[in-house]
Design a protein around this ligand. Structure first.
Ligand SMILES: C[S@@+](CC[C@H](N)C(=O)[O-])C[C@H]1O[C@@H](n2cnc3c(N)ncnc32)[C@H](O)[C@@H]1O
Length: 324
């Protein structure tokens, strides 16, 4: 192996991220959904400068997202996954990561690692949730990004975990309720409740479930199963225990708290999970955790870890019951 060459390839990751993010924001894959287009047609349909777009397309074609035959560009399988209208689309996430406060925060990784402070607060002067509450455009882009990521995870979770024993499910910090919708699709008799910050639930499609706006540091709506997907990893231990204590209070006897998270010690994609841990370090001050770390966290909130169920993706369902 040529170590320098391999390292240079890894170092260039930032260029790849930004190129794909711009492709998503321009909507290149969407423009190609109905068939190949020439450079001039693509420049017209995406509103881009033709010469600059040609160079971006050259790089994206080399990366495998598009093909270029006889002056026409077309989606490959990879490029098609960037369309907004396909199942398990990653367009929302690709659009989100390359812009605004998220992209800027990565520039402060060094300061974060040197000081231990959360990079987002170093750069933007306040925690991420407070910042987004004041920047509705970023809040909306983030919610869309989470919804886009939740598609794949939702399918994996409802396939791997049996919700049939529950009459009611609360999606705590559920964003726009993508996971909850997936659960209700498969289990139509379950009563679903979406719980998130008032500004966030305002954007949810409320036909299928009840919506409650609030603050999980104050209280959580009651339900047989309280699902928290990608929520606890956002928080340091002290805040996580507070959220989980409020879940414990809202739990009936025989109820369950279900965390949907990646496990550092059992991830099928250790690189992705470790990088997700770095992402939590700089964005939210949270962390990815091992099974034992979750067990201890749950115990501190009066909950006992009773099972972990692997899904087809990188997440596990961590099932907990009230400690008696
Ligand atoms: C990483 S997102 C996960 C969203 C969703 N569960 C998913 O996986 O797509 C974390 C969620 O926690 C919500 N959240 C943050 N602080 C909250 C609070 N104090 N009370 C209720 N929800 C909160 C955010 O609005 C956001 O939707």
């Amino acid at each position: 192996m040529d170590a320098s060459r391999e390292l240079l390839r890894l170092i260039g990751g930032y260029q790849v991220s930004q190129a794909i993010s711009v492709a998503a924001r321009l909507g290149i894959s969407d423009a190609l959904a109905t068939g190949p287009q020439t450079l001039a047609e693509l420049a017209e349909s995406t509103g881009a400068d033709e010469q600059a777009l040609a160079r971006l397309l050259h790089a994206l074609t080399a990366l495998g997202l598009y093909t270029a035959d006889d002056g026409s560009f077309a989606n490959t399988e990879l490029g098609a996954a960037l369309r907004v209208d396909v199942p398990r689309s990653v367009a929302g996430w690709a659009r989100f990561i390359g812009t605004g406060s998220y992209w800027q925060t990565y520039a402060a990784l060094e300061q974060c690692v040197r000081s231990g402070e959360t990079a987002f607060s170093i750069v933007h002067g306040e925690p991420v949730w407070e910042y987004r509450a004041k920047h509705p455009d970023e809040q909306e882009a983030f919610d869309a990004a989470m919804t886009s990521m939740a598609d794949a995870v939702s399918d994996a979770v409802v396939t791997a975990y049996d919700f049939s024993r529950y009459e009611s499910v609360v999606d705590v910090g559920g964003g726009h309720g993508r996971l909850l919708s997936g659960i209700l699709e498969r289990y139509p008799t379950i009563h679903g409740v979406l719980f998130d910050q008032p500004d966030v639930v305002a954007g949810a499609d409320t036909e299928r479930f009840q919506v409650v706006g609030g603050d999980f540091f104050e209280s959580v709506p009651a339900g047989d199963a309280l699902v928290l997907k990608s929520v606890i990893h956002d928080w340091a231990d002290a805040e996580s225990i507070e959220i989980l204590r409020n879940c414990r209070r809202a739990l009936p006897t025989d109820g369950r708290v279900l965390l949907v998270e990646q496990l550092l010690d059992r991830s099928p994609d250790p690189v992705r999970t470790a990088l997700s841990d770095v992402n939590m370090l700089i964005m939210t001050g949270g962390r990815e955790r091992t099974t034992d770390e979750y067990r201890r966290l749950l115990a501190a909130a009066g909950l006992t870890l009773v099972d972990t169920v692997a899904t087809a993706g990188t997440t596990h369902v961590i099932e907990a019951a009230a400690t008696h």
